[in-house]
Design a protein around this ligand. Structure first.
Ligand SMILES: C[S@@+](CC[C@H](N)C(=O)[O-])C[C@H]1O[C@@H](n2cnc3c(N)ncnc32)[C@H](O)[C@@H]1O
Length: 277
C-alpha cells in the first residue's frame, strides 16, 4: 500500500490550489494541461514533469522547495533568527530611507514587480506593497518571515514571502525593482560578480536596483556589533558593479551610531541604479 507521505507533492498542489480558491479546471487551464493531469497529481497517480515544477510553483504562489516538501536546514545561517524571536519588531515597522528614495524615483503608475532580498520582518516589503507594488520578498530566517507575514496581514496587503539563502537563490523571473537594505554585506567577495549579474540580468530595461552597504574605511574601526559573517565592501565597489547603468543616486555617508550601547562610526554606500532601456 502507498504511504501517505509519498504524495507530498500532490498534497501540496491540492492544498495550495484550494488556498487560492482555484478549481482543478482553472489550474489546468493556467498550466495549459488537462484537468485529468491535475487530478492525477493530487491523487498520487502521476507526478508533474520536472520542467513544469517552477511554473506550478509560480502559479500557486510558492517555491519549488515548498511544493516538493523540501525543508533545507537554514538554522544558524543568520544571527537574526534569535533576535527576531523576541517580542516586537527588532527593526521597527518604519520603512528604511532607501525604500522611500526608491519610491520617489519609480512610483508604480502601472503594475510593477519588486523583489526584496533579506526582508527581515518585512517593514520595507509591506511599505512597497502598500504603495502599489507587487512584492516578492525573501529572508533566511523563519522568525523574521513569520513577523513579516503578520505585518502584511495587519496592513491588509499581500506579499509573496519565502525562505531562501541568498547565496543559493537565483532569480527565475524579471522584476521592475530589485531592492535590498542592510543585507549585502552577507555577500562574500567571491559570490559578488555572479549574484549581481543575476540581479542585473533579471531587471527589466528601465528598471531599478537599489542597495546600501557598509564600506570599509581605514580610519573607521570595525563596529563592536558587527556580524560574524560580515565581509568587507570597499568604498565605490557597489558603484563599479553598475558602471554601465544610469546612477541617479550614489552617496557615501559617514555617521555615528550607538547600537549595542557602544558609540561607534559607520561609512555607508547607497546606490540606486537604472538599467538602460
Ligand atoms: C540588518 S537585517 C535587515 C533586514 C531588513 N532588510 C530591514 O532593513 O529591516 C539583515 C537581514 O539579512 C538577512 N540575511 C542574512 N543572511 C542572509 C542570507 N544568507 N540569505 C538571506 N537573507 C539573509 C537576515 O536574516 C536579516 O533579516
Amino acid at each position: 500500500m502507498k504511504k501517505k507521505s509519498e504524495n507530498t507533492l500532490g498534497q501540496n498542489i491540492f492544498r495550495l490550489r484550494k488556498a487560492m480558491h482555484m478549481t482543478q479546471e482553472t489550474l489546468a487551464a493556467q498550466l495549459n494541461i488537462s484537468t485529468q493531469a491535475v487530478s492525477k497529481w493530487e491523487t498520487g497517480q502521476a507526478i508533474p514533469d520536472t520542467l513544469l515544477l517552477p511554473i506550478i510553483a509560480a502559479t500557486l504562489d510558492t517555491s519549488v522547495d515548498m511544493l516538493i516538501g523540501f525543508v533545507p536546514n537554514y538554522a544558524g545561517l543568520s544571527p537574526y533568527e534569535q533576535r527576531y524571536r523576541t517580542d516586537g519588531f527588532y527593526w521597527g515597522i518604519k520603512p528604511n530611507a532607501l525604500a522611500q528614495e526608491v519610491l520617489k524615483l519609480t512610483y508604480p503608475t502601472r503594475p510593477m514587480k519588486l523583489l526584496e532580498i533579506g526582508c527581515g520582518e518585512g517593514r520595507d516589503a509591506v511599505f512597497f506593497a502598500r504603495n502599489g507594488f507587487e512584492v516578492t520578498a525573501l529572508d533566511v530566517t523563519e522568525a523574521g518571515l513569520e513577523k513579516a507575514r503578520l505585518l502584511a496581514e495587519a496592513n491588509n496587503v499581500h506579499v509573496r514571502y519565502f525562505q531562501a539563502d541568498l547565496k543559493h537563490f537565483r532569480i527565475n523571473e524579471n522584476y521592475d525593482v530589485i531592492y535590498s537594505s542592510g543585507v549585502i554585506h552577507h555577500i562574500l567577495p567571491e559570490w559578488r560578480n555572479e549574484l549581481f549579474e543575476d540581479y542585473r540580468e533579471h531587471t527589466v530595461p528601465g528598471g531599478f536596483n537599489a542597495f546600501n552597504v557598509f564600506v570599509q574605511k581605514p580610519y573607521i574601526p570595525v563596529p563592536p556589533d558587527s556580524d560574524g559573517d560580515d565581509d568587507t565592501w570597499y568604498s565605490g565597489e557597489l558603484l563599479r558593479l553598475y558602471a554601465d547603468w544610469y546612477v541617479p543616486v550614489f552617496q557615501e555617508k559617514e555617521f555615528e551610531c550607538s547600537s549595542g550601547n557602544t558609540p561607534h562610526s559607520h561609512c555607508m554606500n547607497i546606490l540606486i541604479a537604472r538599467k538602460p532601456e
